[in-house]
Design a protein around this ligand. Structure first.
Ligand code: IPM
Ligand code: MG
Length: 366
C-alpha cells in the first residue's frame, strides 16, 4: 500500500468532464489495491482567470509543488480568446510545464484492435496496429523563445517568435528519448528541419553525439515535412520519435488521428525526478463541454501513465489499460470513436464501465 498526493486541475471546457472520470478510476484503484491517493483540486486556465485574474495563480503552482504528481484536464475557450497572449488560458498550461521543469512530454499513439475501424487509414496501412511514442521537448523552442511586434521600414507591422535551443536542453530530451527507445523497439527517429533551421542543425549534431552512448539503438533522422507525410503513408516504421516543442505539438496531433481519435491519447510530462504532470493531448472542446459527450479515455489513460512513471505502480497502470481495452472490445464507444454496430455511450457511462471493469477483476481474482 502506498500513499500519494495528486494535484487535480480540471481546467476548462470538457476538462472537468473527463477529469471527473479519471478521478473515479483513481478512487477505484485506491480501493482495490489499498492505496491512499489524496487528491487536491486547483484552478488553471480560463477558470483561474475568472477566479483570480491569472491563468496560473501562485497557489496552483504551490499546490502542484506540494504533490507527487498532477492530473490536468484541458484549458481554453472562446470566452478568453481575445485576451493578450500572456493572459490567455494557454499561458497557464505553458507556465505550469515550465515552472515545474517538465521538459519531456511522452505521447504514446497506440491503435487498439477494437478501434481499427475508427482510424482514417486503410487497414492494409495499419495492419496489426501502430505503437508510436512521441517524445516532445516541452519547455523550450518557439513556445518559450523571444517574441514580439516591431515596425518595419517598408512592410508595416511585423511579429516574430524565436526558435532557440541550448545544447543542454537538447541533450536532456534526447537522452530521455534514447532511454525510452531502449525499453521499447530500439528504434529512434529524430525529427528536425536541419535543411533550413540552424536550431535543427544543432539538434541533429547533439543527437548524433549522444547516439554513440546507445549503439544498440537504430537511429535515423527525418525532416519534419517528410515525417508528417510518412506518418500517414507508413506509420508502422516508427517506434520512438524525438522532436522539438512545436514539431512535437503538430506531429502528436497527427499521430493521434491515426489511432482513430484525439480523444484516445494520454500524455506524461516529466522532468528529472519521478514528479510528473499527466493530461490528455486533446483540448477543451468547449462546444461539447458539460454535455456528457467527451471521451474520457485519454485522461483515464493519463492516470495509467501516472501510476507507471510517477509512482512505479506498473500493475495498476496495466489494470487501467486492460480495462480500457476490454470496454472497447465489448463494443462501447463515445461519439468520437463510434462506428456502425457499436454502442454509443456518454462520458460518465464510459468512466463507470472502466471502473467496474477494474473492480470485476478483483472479484474474479478472489
Ligand atoms: C498540447 C496543446 C497545447 C500546446 C496548447 C493548448 C497550448 O496543444 O498540449 O498539445 O500547444 O502544447
Ligand atoms: Mg497540441
Amino acid at each position: 500500500m502506498g500513499k500519494y498526493k495528486i494535484a487535480v486541475l480540471p481546467g476548462d471546457g470538457i476538462g472537468p468532464d473527463v477529469t471527473e472520470q479519471a478521478v473515479k478510476v483513481i478512487h477505484t484503484l485506491a480501493e482495490k489495491y489499498n492505496h491512499e491517493f489524496e487528491m487536491l483540486e486547483g484552478v488553471i486556465g480560463g477558470c483561474a482567470i475568472d477566479k483570480h485574474g491569472d491563468p496560473l495563480p501562485t497557489q496552483t503552482v504551490d499546490l502542484c509543488k506540494s504533490c507527487d504528481s498532477v492530473l490536468l484536464g484541458a484549458v481554453g475557450g472562446p470566452k478568453w480568446d481575445n485576451l493578450p497572449g500572456d493572459k490567455r488560458p494557454e499561458a497557464g498550461l505553458l507556465g505550469i510545464r515550465s515552472k515545474l521543469g517538465l521538459y519531456a512530454n511522452l505521447r504514446p499513439a497506440i491503435i487498439y484492435s477494437a478501434l481499427k475501424d475508427a482510424s482514417p487509414l486503410k487497414s492494409e496501412i495499419i495492419e496489426d496496429g501502430i505503437d508510436i511514442m512521441v517524445v516532445r521537448e516541452l519547455t523550450g523552442g518557439m513556445y518559450f523563445g523571444e517574441r514580439g511586434r516591431v515596425q518595419t521600414e517598408n512592410m508595416g507591422e511585423a511579429a516574430f517568435d524565436t526558435e532557440k535551443y541550448s545544447v543542454l536542453e537538447v541533450e536532456r530530451i534526447v537522452r530521455l528519448a534514447f532511454e525510452t527507445a531502449s525499453k521499447r523497439g530500439k528504434k529512434l527517429m529524430s525529427v528536425d528541419k536541419a535543411n533550413v533551421l540552424e536550431s535543427s542543425r544543432l539538434w541533429r549534431e547533439i543527437v548524433i553525439q549522444i547516439s554513440k552512448d546507445y549503439p544498440e539503438i537504430e537511429l535515423s533522422h527525418m525532416y519534419v515535412d517528410n515525417a508528417a507525410m510518412q506518418l500517414v503513408r507508413d506509420p508502422k516504421q516508427f517506434d520512438v520519435i524525438v522532436t522539438t516543442n512545436i514539431f512535437g505539438d503538430i506531429l502528436s496531433d497527427e499521430a493521434s488521428m491515426i489511432t482513430g481519435s484525439i480523444g484516445m491519447l494520454p500524455s506524461a510530462s516529466l522532468g528529472d525526478g519521478t514528479f510528473g504532470l499527466y493530461e490528455p493531448i486533446h483540448g477543451s472542446a468547449p462546444d461539447i463541454a458539460g454535455q456528457n459527450k467527451a471521451n474520457p479515455i485519454a485522461t483515464i489513460l493519463s492516470v495509467a501513465m501516472m501510476m507507471r512513471y510517477s509512482f512505479g505502480l506498473t500493475k495498476e497502470a496495466e489494470e487501467i489499460e486492460n480495462a480500457v481495452v476490454n470496454v472497447l472490445e465489448q463494443g462501447y464507444r463515445t461519439g468520437d470513436i463510434a462506428s456502425s454496430g457499436t454502442k454509443v455511450i456518454g462520458t460518465c457511462e464510459m468512466g463507470n464501465l472502466i471502473q467496474s471493469e477494474i473492480m470485476d477483476k478483483k472479484h474474479r481474482n478472489i
